[in-house]
Design a protein around this ligand. Sequence first.
Ligand SMILES: O=C1O[C@H](COP(=O)(O)O)[C@@H](O)[C@H](O)[C@H]1O
Length: 266
Amino acid sequence: MATPPPKLFSFPDAEALAQQLRAYVLRNQNAALARHDTFRLAVSGGSLPATLAKALLAPSDGSPEDSPQFDKWDIFFADERAVPLDHEDSNYRLLKDELLSKIPAELGTPTVHTIDANHIQDDDPQELADLYQDELMRSFAAKDSVKLPVFDLILLGCGPDGHTCSLFPGHELLREKDAWVGAESNSPKPPPKRITLTLPVVTHAISIAFVATGAGKKEILRKIFDLEEGRSIPSALVNEGGGEKVSWFTDHPAVDGVSFPRRGSL
Ligand SMILES: O=C1O[C@H](COP(=O)(O)O)[C@@H](O)[C@H](O)[C@H]1O
């Protein structure tokens, strides 16, 4: 039987998207807290942190369902660049500037799992990736029998070439089956050295959401949702592996004239 396809949500503007993204993230938070009293989330860099901040820093309606409980959040990075944590290319710095530094004290402070800054200068980012994998293993209390971490939610971006995390079209890392975190030494988008969650980890999450906005994403979204043409595009591989666990939050310009197998309703 075919896996049910991802869901697509499209909104007229950034405000409407942020409002529904907030509801979606908090639904995932509340379900995770009910399961294990912690919310393990992986976030991307790029355009995502600004949208996430717009969603999460909006005033709450006061109900428990609409309240972020940041002190119960464990935030990881879906990918990170091998640069100092205060560098302008750092995904951590971006998240800090957009969101972490603006969280009001009464909402709590999340635990944020950064890369080990002692290894950013290494020629080969493999050690950086291995150390981040160790960090995940500690956080997910992995035993030998645990094959993959299960994130409660992974929030992804989608580059104009269809890359997501630091998984780029045609790169060897797309074939990784065992490692939780991979090393990329030759990213076509600077900076070249990065680490990234691997495809099996991403598709193993309980919920996976892409946020893609603007007319500049229209052509790649058309390809991703064309089952033939999109076949080997990293974001399409997440769709294929994650199926109905995957939701796309887009705005109208990003999907104008693009046809999708399944439009969602919130
Ligand atoms: O390099 C990266 O790009 C992707 C996509 O970024 P966007 O600006 O097009 O949303 C991002 O998801 C990833 O985390 C980042 O390292």
